[in-house]
Design a protein around this ligand. Structure first.
Ligand SMILES: [Zn+2]
Length: 594
């Protein structure tokens, strides 16, 4: 009896066994998509697609029933591994995984990403990972080979091909699309399911990158800016642009923060123009710099491909251009940053480490900077890209800059661990202060005729809000800390004499987005051209108030104008800043009226 039933069991088709297999494969995309859908992070499309696409893995199991255990086990292993990334991202950030996550990950490269992981990791993730893994193991152990008749097998496999391949079939047969369009439709539909989120995401990332590179190469053949005129063409000039990283001005004593995080810049504050109402358009390096260094902005995010960049502009004006970076551009890897840097005449990549070890402090930029200063060219444009106060903060400064320690003067709302990170961030800012001030001093001591501008690509929140303790950046839940950036200008005496500016008190409170930086920079440099828009230069007498857009320009409806909707949490920020936003709002209304 038992022998007979076993044989029948093994040879007759069982739907419940079929669905067990299906559920095993579905689990790796489905659980994630169910969480995404039920928590309202995204709609149901991803869930629907993963329901369809998970059938695909049944085909080999149906075809080779003798090996079904090993086939489903290996497939499951692949799905499990690749699903960890989406699950992990969801657990860490509470956001849906997308191609742009890969983009940002590859851009910030792996060791930086692993630092991110380290700082977002919390203890409950380990037991969660254990349970997450145990469930499919249990289902898998309970599956049996799917034995069935040839006819039934054929029907099942054809049905699955139809379900999985429907986007392709539909595009080709019904909508008469081209094969390329149909394939991309198929890929888009498969993307929500593991492991396609990684495969397609990576493919898209590579495609985008290749396209950008192509454009940047083509960029060399772009028509130059029309009617370019450099009023400082006859003098020898050194113009320096220092781009910081993840520094929130509200944590700088230069901007009124209670801890003395910027003593050196404060020392020379009379020599500086300190703008106190400047915002980054986006809280991510690449997305911001794509606008800062080009004519692109939140309303025209793709112009960075279609028009000359800041580097092109300076080259056209006859400057020899340099790019010094302490950001990781491992072995001149093809990243967005690298492609921008490659537009310069010379690159100095200082951070080729695989790991961000402690030796990689920003002071490494000083030596090459001095060397370039000693070069004999008449006109130099030097971009210095710092690692600034990027996470993890305690990797950003040497031991002797560990000034803020313990919980004595850190906010009382912080736990011990949070206070440590809070202190690390302030220490990193204090070290950054030293680096920026040193660069200014070197330029000054060299008696160059010129200027130095420093701002940070974006801010960073480091437990600034007692109501909502958070460290990092999240475009979906923006706070002022993520967007308020320092913006300072130092000018040599000789430069000031030949390049007069409006009275500083009239310009330093202007609300400004760094997405318009190219106008301010060319104005500072004394370079004019046909498309120059004086109303977008923060130093120009004809400046007028434009919206301060933040948000993702790919979702135009989500863009938010900080002039109309200032940050609710800005009252928590340094006093000087919170006071300034009010008159600014008022000013913008009156200037509209006039
Ligand atoms: Zn950044």
């Amino acid at each position: 009896m038992s022998f007979y039933s076993n044989v029948s069991d093994a040879n007759s088709f069982s739907w419940s066994n079929f669905w067990k297999h299906y559920f095993f494969f579905f689990y790796f995309s489905g659980l994630y998509q169910i969480i995404i859908f039920t928590s309202g992070i995204a709609g149901g499309t991803g869930l629907r697609q993963s329901i369809y696409m998970s059938f695909l893995w049944l085909i080999p199991v149906l075809l080779l029933p003798h090996y079904s255990k090993i086939i489903s086990g290996l497939t499951g292993l692949i799905l499990w591994t690749s699903s960890l990334m989406t699950m992990g991202y969801l657990a860490l950030y509470g956001q849906d995984f997308s191609q742009s996550v890969l983009f940002i990950m590859f851009e910030s490269n792996l060791s930086e990403s692993s630092e991110f992981l380290e700082s977002y990791f919390s203890w409950w993730m380990l037991p969660a990972l254990f349970v997450y893994t145990l469930i499919p193991v249990f289902i898998w152990k309970n599956t049996r080979p799917i034995y069935t008749s040839t006819k039934m097998r054929t029907v099942l496999i054809l049905s699955i091909c139809f379900i999985v391949g429907w986007p392709l079939l539909n595009s080709l047969a019904v909508k008469k699309s081209t094969l390329d369009d149909a394939l991309s439709k198929q890929m888009n539909r498969m993307e929500p399911a593991a492991p396609w989120h990684l495969v397609m995401g990576y493919k898209k990332y590579k495609t985008t990158l290749a396209e950008i590179e192509k454009h940047l190469l083509a960029n060399e053949h772009l028509p130059p800016l029309e009617n370019l005129y450099d009023k400082n063409a006859k003098t020898s000039n050194t113009l320096v642009l220092v781009i910081g990283e993840s520094t929130n001005r509200q944590r700088m004593s230069l901007y009124g923060y209670n801890r003395d995080t910027t003593p050196q810049l404060k020392n020379i504050q009379d020599e500086l123009l300190i703008f106190d109402n400047v915002y980054a358009p986006r809280p991510y390096t690449i997305e911001t710099l794509e606008q800062v260094l080009t004519f692109a902005d939140q309303k025209n995010p793709n112009l960075y491909l279609e028009k000359p960049t800041l580097i092109n502009l300076m080259k056209q004006a006859g400057y020899k251009t340099y790019w010094i970076t302490n950001q990781q551009t491992q072995t001149k890897r093809n990243t967005m940053l690298t492609t921008f840097s490659k537009q310069a005449d010379e690159q100095i990549y200082l951070n080729n480490n695989r790991m961000q070890d402690s030796a990689q402090y920003d002071e490494v930029v000083i030596k090459p900077f001095e060397k370039i200063l000693s070069n004999s060219e008449q006109k130099k444009f030097i971009v210095i890209h710092l690692l600034g106060t990027h996470r993890k903060y305690h990797y950003r400064y040497p031991e002797n800059y560990s000034v803020f320690n313990g919980t004595t003067d850190s906010p009382e709302w912080l736990s011990e661990n949070q206070a440590e990170e809070y202190n690390d961030y302030d220490n990193a800012i204090r070290y950054n202060d030293y680096v920026v001030e040193t660069l200014i001093r070197k330029l000054k001591d060299n008696k160059d005729n010129g200027l130095l501008t420093y701002f940070s690509d974006h801010g960073e929140e480091v437990y600034d809000d007692p109501e909502r303790l958070f460290a990092g950046r999240n475009e979906a839940a923006p706070t002022s800390s993520m967007y308020t950036v320092p913006f300072i200008i130092w000018r040599s005496d000789s430069w000031k004499k030949s390049n007069k500016l409006a009275e500083s008190r009239k310009i330093i409170n202007r609300a400004y987005s760094t997405s318009d930086f190219i106008y301010t920079w060319s104005d500072l440099a004394g370079i004019n051209f046909k498309e120059f828009d004086s109303s977008r230069s923060i130093i120009n007498p004809l400046f007028s108030q434009h919206p301060i857009w933040i948000g993702n320009p790919d979702k135009p409806k989500t863009l938010r104008d900080l002039q109309k909707q200032p940050f609710a949490d800005q009252k928590l920020s340094s006093h000087s800043v919170s006071k300034k936003i009010e008159p600014q709002k008022f000013q913008s209304h009156t200037s509209n009226g006039v």
